[in-house]
Write a protein that binds this ligand. Structure first.
Ligand SMILES: C[S@@+](CC[C@H](N)C(=O)[O-])C[C@H]1O[C@@H](n2cnc3c(N)ncnc32)[C@H](O)[C@@H]1O
Length: 187
């Protein structure tokens, strides 16, 4: 199950690597769910709010993927079977580097990893944590698209965003920096 699956891009990648597995994309956006349902021949999709009881039978899921999306520890615990895995991808403090200050984006709390672990405590135990770092060269339009996908989009009107991007170098090298955490369901 991909919780907060968006277009189903990551669910599709997982299904490609696990022959025979079937995947469920869950998202509050019906547009996202519609796309995710077509992301892979072995994927289905459901529109659901991750903060509400999930429309999934208890113990029916082997693994949950959660990429930059909300996490509901009690419900993730309920739908996973014994020994089930929860894989989360979250931004590290280095994520988007120079863009954060230059554009006034919401920054990543340096204690985010600890807060994530605390929010899952009692339901999940941290098994491993891995850093993933890449760099991309963005033109201004790509930088605007990237910011538009994130939480800062709600805080910076599009015209203001374009004004802040204008003086930046083009292309601009930007770090994409993630933490992949694997949690194991506690009995
Ligand atoms: C930053 S996007 C990540 C999408 C996808 N995981 C990816 O990485 O491509 C966050 C996703 O979570 C979904 N989402 C946000 N709040 C949600 C909620 N309460 N319940 C279900 N989905 C939610 C959004 O609709 C969006 O598709």
């Amino acid at each position: 199950m991909d919780a907060g699956a968006g277009t189903g891009y990551y669910l599709s990648g997982v299904l490609d690597r696990v022959p025979g597995a079937v995947g469920l994309a869950m998202d509050i956006s019906k547009h996202a769910a519609r796309r995710a349902a077509r992301a892979h021949p072995r994927a289905g999709a459901v529109v659901a709010d991750l903060w509400r009881p999930l429309p999934v039978r208890t113990g029916a899921v082997d693994a949950i993927v959660n990429v930059f999306a909300p996490r509901n520890a009690p419900e993730f615990h309920r739908v996973l079977g014994r020994g089930g895995a929860l894989l989360t991808l979250t931004p590290s403090v280095r994520h988007l580097g120079p863009l954060v200050e230059a554009l006034g984006l919401i920054s990543v709390d340096e204690h985010k990893d600890d807060r994530l672990e605390a929010s899952l405590a009692g339901h999940f135990a941290l098994e491993s944590r891995e850093g993933l770092d890449v760099e991309v060269a963005l033109d201004h339009a790509e930088a605007a698209t990237l910011v538009g996908m994130g939480p800062s989009a709600h805080h910076i009107p599009p015209d203001e965003l374009r004004r802040r991007i204008e003086p930046l170098a083009e292309p601009l090298t930007v770090p994409l920096s993630f933490v992949l955490s694997t949690f194991r369901r506690l009995d």
